[in-house]
Design a protein around this ligand. Structure first.
Ligand SMILES: [Zn+2]
Length: 405
């Protein structure tokens, strides 16, 4: 008997989602965009007198009614904001207003077309509540240990030089994830990267492990601005990358399953070829057939990037919520996800369909096009999560249900 050839199919080493870019569109408004406005500390010389002479009457009128200890710091922030392009164009600008006692408050300033100014006070910037078994007063090392322990059942790993402040922001974001989201994110790593000239964060797969790296840029604007109704600005990046992870999760799972099926099939082929006698090979036939079927099934199930393509098709022609969303379907999804998590009401108002995609749980489902070109939800199956530990994993022997005659 001629030796069997090893199955030559080897999936690529990175199952990252690379959807085609969205079609080029004419420039459209991105109402949920927010740009960062420079923010310097209020100088000692900033007084009621300087404020009155530096700001026009429309500005001063807008500051009326604020708590007494916030009038000067808010006036200073407004003074800095008034020359910003977004503000002059009438867009709302989020600013962190710092008080003498150390409190940091979220404010939104906006100039109306009639020249009037509105000042919206959101309240204190939220930097994360405590959760059971978690002590935010702990020192840095204790905090890292506490966070690690808190997320151990999830298989989350926290790598790199996390400081307690940044880690608390991530922890706070993770606390808002639903059980269904957490189930899909099992085993993710969260790495604190350093400086990066181009990126604030990145989701990527390294061999068997998928994870997120947050760079300095993710956290460097928290002092000046915020998202939602007072989340640190970094919440945008924290959720954006988690959005990438959620969109890629079925790809990663099905890729791992395929990879294991290939290894298992190749293993049986190898033993088959080494068998001393034809009788032995005959006895191995059922096992060989089972491994082949598992591989064929896994091969058919792995439809690379289908969830991203589904998202792209569903929202083709929609106005993307932010400028960055225009880059491609994956970024569109990531931007929409952070908006859904931090300001769902505004996202709903902006694009009800986009809001519904998240609210209905469609973003957690695996979408595959059927023969008629119609998108169908296909269960991924019981092996939902990639293994938390690296290294080759051979598939355990499985039983294939008897085929119907
Ligand atoms: Zn992104």
């Amino acid at each position: 008997m001629a030796p069997l050839t090893m199955n030559p199919v080897t999936p690529g080493s990175s199952p990252g989602v690379r959807p085609p870019g969205v079609p080029v569109r004419p420039p459209l408004p991105n109402p949920l965009d927010r740009n960062i406005v420079g923010h310097a500390a209020m100088p000692d010389s900033w007084s009621e007198t300087t404020q009155a002479s530096a700001l026009g009457s429309a500005y001063l009128a807008a500051l009326e009614g604020l708590p007494a200890d916030e009038k000067l710091p808010a006036g200073w922030a407004l003074f800095l904001t008034r020359s910003a392009e977004d503000f002059r164009e009438g867009k709302p600008v989020n600013q962190v207003v710092k008080l003498k006692d150390g409190r940091r408050l979220a404010y939104t300033f906006q100039q109306r077309s009639d020249g009037s100014v509105t000042v919206k006070r959101h309240g204190e910037l939220r930097v994360g509540p405590a959760s059971a078994g978690f002590t935010p007063q702990a020192t840095s090392d204790e905090m890292v240990a506490a966070v690690r322990k808190r997320w151990e059942p999830q298989g989350f790993r926290f790598e790199g030089p996390w400081n307690s402040g940044d880690l608390l922001k991530l922890h706070k974001a993770l606390l808002t994830l639903t059980p269904a989201e957490l189930a899909l994110l099992q085993g993710l790593f969260f790495r604190r990267g350093g400086a990066d000239p181009e990126r604030a964060g990145v989701y990527e797969t390294e061999g068997w492990i998928a994870g997120i790296t947050y760079f300095d840029g993710a956290f460097s604007h928290d002092d000046a601005t915020f998202v939602g109704d007072g989340e640190p600005y970094s919440a945008g990046t924290l959720y954006h990358e988690i959005g990438h992870a959620l969109l890629a999760t079925h790809d990663v799972t099905l890729f791992h399953r395929l990879d294991r099926a290939i290894s298992a099939y190749n293993g049986v082929i190898e033993r088959f070829n080494k068998a001393a006698t034809a009788d032995e090979q005959t006895r191995m036939q059922p096992e060989l057939e089972r491994a082949r079927k598992v591989w064929e099934e896994a091969n058919a199930r792995f439809v690379h990037g289908s969830d991203a393509r589904y998202f792209e098709e569903r929202f083709a022609g929609h106005v993307p919520p932010t400028k960055y969303s225009e880059k491609n379907a994956s970024e569109y999804h990531a931007e929409a996800y952070w908006l859904y998590k931090t300001e769902p009401a505004r996202l709903r108002e902006f694009d009800k369909d986009l809001y519904d995609y998240f609210a209905s749980g469609d973003y957690l489902r695996h979408w595959v096009k059927d023969g008629a070109g119609k998108w169908q939800v296909v269960p991924v199956g019981p092996e939902l999560n990639p293994p938390a530990q690296p290294g080759p994993v051979l598939a355990p022997p499985r039983e294939i249900p008897p085929q119907a005659a």
